[in-house]
Design a protein around this ligand. Structure first.
Ligand code: IMP
Ligand code: MG
Length: 186
């Protein structure tokens, strides 16, 4: 992609560029390699936001991995989640006695993840850990603690690298944030 195209695609205020994100994914993939040496792991991506981050973790870990997805929707407005969660796609792989790493885009209140972890535990996995690209610690309500964190972020509305505003902007090759004044023009 030429610089011009990238520039015309630019939206929001930059937080992390692609190089920073990929380098962080490499660091976490290395930690995963150490933690799961000789084991098989299911990387369980949460649709749709985690896909770009999942691809990076998947590319750089050398652990024996299988890929699976789960989709949960939480009801609420487009910028906050309500805590009422519904699973709209269930993993088809057998999760019994498997190590699972849930790969998330962002942990905000933690309500979605708390629900997912409880649901997944019903399927008898050997272990469940969480690898999130972003962690909004200041907004945490539910008792969930990601094991692998790409970056901590302040209480901002972030977009890009999988994250959406009203289903848009997931393809931005960087993470930025929107302010109220930006949203008026979208
Ligand atoms: P939680 O249940 O409050 O932790 O919210 C979880 C989901 O809300 C995330 O997986 C995202 O899909 C979405 N979300 C939370 N904060 C943001 C944000 O700043 N930008 C885009 N999506 C977000
Ligand atoms: Mg998500």
């Amino acid at each position: 992609m030429s610089d011009k195209t990238l520039e015309s695609k630019f939206l929001g205020k930059l937080l992390y560029n692609q190089d920073q994100i990929v380098n962080r994914a490499k660091e976490l993939a290395k930690q995963i390699d150490e933690d799961y040496e000789g084991e098989e792991v299911i990387l369980l991506g949460t649709l749709k936001g985690s896909v770009l981050w999942l691809v990076d973790i998947l590319k750089y870990t050398t652990v024996d991995t299988k890929v699976e997805f789960i989709s949960a929707s939480s009801y609420g407005s487009s910028t906050t989640s309500s805590g009422v969660v519904k699973i709209t796609y269930e993993p088809t792989l057998n999760l019994y006695n498997k190590h699972i790493i849930i790969v998330e885009d962002i942990v905000d209140t933690g309500n979605t993840l708390k629900y997912l972890v409880n649901k997944l535990n019903e399927r008898g996995p050997k272990s469940i850990r969480i690898c999130t690209m972003l962690n909004k610690q200041s907004r945490r309500v539910a008792d969930v603690k990601p094991d692998y964190i790409g970056f901590e972020v302040d209480d901002l509305f972030v977009i890009g690298y999988g994250l959406d505003y009203d289903q848009r902007f997931r393809g931005l090759p960087y993470i930025s944030y929107l302010e109220e004044s930006d949203i008026e023009y979208l």
